[in-house]
Design a binder for this molecule. Structure first.
Ligand SMILES: NC(=O)c1ccc[n+]([C@@H]2O[C@H](COP(=O)([O-])OP(=O)(O)OC[C@H]3O[C@@H](n4cnc5c(N)ncnc54)[C@H](O)[C@@H]3O)[C@@H](O)[C@H]2O)c1
Length: 392
């Protein structure tokens, strides 16, 4: 059985309590000297499937489980959840033999190659660190970590170990987002100097239910809608625009009385070339024209394009050009791009993650890109707190 390069036994449950009271991972063993920072190790030629363990099964972990079972190159070797009954029932449903309630025990399992983490945000950093230290490739749910310094640390560790580290910014798979990315790549809009993204929800259940209490606890979620859904908007906009450097962040947050975290966030990112990206996200905004959808608009010097994802107009993509002299609007012919973007996609980045391990290549969402989103969110909260823009 192939094993990840630089594989070491898991950290065996050594845990420390940080000054902020959060569980911190044990310090990782010294980096494997060979190949440090050179990218992902090429997998040894083998027909064996990538053996995956999934941690956190109540919500999105179950979706990853389904994707993993459908992938011919992957096998779910183990499932893990603090709630043992839930883990056992998921194992029965998906025909998985190994069941754990302690992820560190799962990491010690013989033959485990990769781990998918779908637990509350505050657990991402210790779980990613322990998994990488144990020589496992990692796909983590968003956000990569709560703190930017932790995100940088796990990215460094993955590079040192030449392991794949990816984050499930799955909106990149939606036809609307993929179409806008292709429209920008084809230079149909010219230089994009302004972009907007909006995501409004009526997640009253999430705000008030007991099962989701971690989402409204600052120490466990890291914040509210900005880190919960704003992170998707940031990632999708940067992806569409080809990851241009961000220079400045300004954000505002609103918190409903009685809540620790914000229900509404607005954010402006200023790019190195001066372009501005505006984001708005809310869990429970009083909105008369409510549609549970994410909307993106890109404004370029030659044209503009927009996409709506979810709601009645799911994946509706339009683009056109304004004739400045006559004021007339001409629609762009986007048919070839839309057809290509509409090709069926998986529900999560799990297949891309597994393929990147097999092929020894970068995943669609790299650790660095996910770490940048975390850094921008951290800067956003700092800006909202101080009322000042944050320079990066
Ligand atoms: N990509 C997306 O579109 C998307 C959508 C929903 C959630 N998410 C993300 O998925 C992650 C989990 O969210 P969710 O909605 O599935 O949460 P959830 O609360 O529904 O499920 C979390 C699961 O983790 C388990 N868990 C908690 N502590 C654990 C531990 N120490 N060891 C093992 N298991 C533990 C819980 O028992 C629960 O089963 C979050 O990062 C969230 O942001 C992503």
């Amino acid at each position: 059985m192939w094993r990840g390069q630089g594989q070491r036994p898991p950290s065996g449950g050594r845990r420390r309590q940080a000054a902020d009271g959060q569980a911190r991972p044990a310090p990782p063993p010294a980096a494997a000297a060979e190949g440090a920072g050179v990218g992902v190790a090429k997998r040894a030629r083998t027909k064996a499937a990538v053996n995956v363990g999934v941690v956190g099964l109540l919500g999105y972990g179950e979706v990853h489980l389904g994707e993993c079972r459908a992938h011919p190159g992957a096998r779910v070797l183990a499932v893990c959840d603090l709630n043992r009954e839930l883990a056992e029932s998921a194992a029965r449903k998906h025909g998985v033999k190994q069941v754990f309630s302690d992820y560190r025990e799962m990491l010690a399992l013989n033959g485990l190659d990769a781990v998918v983490i779908a637990t509350p945000h505050f657990l991402h950093y210790p779980m990613i660190t322990d998994a990488l230290a144990a020589g496992k490739h990692v796909l983590c749910e968003k956000p990569l970590t709560i703190r930017a310094r932790d995100a940088d640390a796990v990215v460094r560790l993955a590079r040192e170990r030449r392991l794949v580290l990816s984050c499930n910014y799955g909106l990149r798979l939606s036809p609307g987002v993929r179409a806008l990315r292709e429209i920008v790549k084809a230079e149909l809009l010219g230089e994009v100097y302004h972009a907007r993204a909006r995501w409004l929800a009526r997640w009253t259940g999430f705000m008030f239910s007991e099962a989701s209490a971690w989402r409204t606890a600052k120490s466990k979620a890291g914040g509210g809608i900005l880190v919960g859904r704003g992170c998707h908007l940031i990632d999708a906009l940067l992806f569409m625009l080809g990851h241009p450097p961000v220079r400045r962040v300004f954000a505002t947050c609103h918190r409903l009385a009685g809540f620790e975290v914000e229900d509404l966030a607005g954010m402006t990112l200023v790019l190195a070339g001066g372009a501005t990206l505006d984001l708005e996200a809310s869990y429970v905004l009083n909105e008369p024209d409510f549609a549970d959808e994410t909307c993106y608009t890109l404004h370029g010097i030659k044209g503009g394009a927009s996409a709506r994802i979810g709601g009645a107009q799911d994946q509706a993509v339009r683009g056109g050009r304004l004739n400045l002299a006559t004021g007339t609007w001409r629609e762009l012919d986007l048919e070839p791009i839309l057809q290509e973007a509409a090709r069926p996609q998986p529900k999560t980045l799990l297949p891309d993650f597994v393929d990147s391990i097999i092929e020894g290549r970068e995943p669609l969402v790299t650790g660095e890109q996910a770490a940048l989103v975390t850094r921008l969110i951290e800067a956003g909260y700092q800006s909202a707190e101080t009322g000042q823009a944050v320079e990066l």
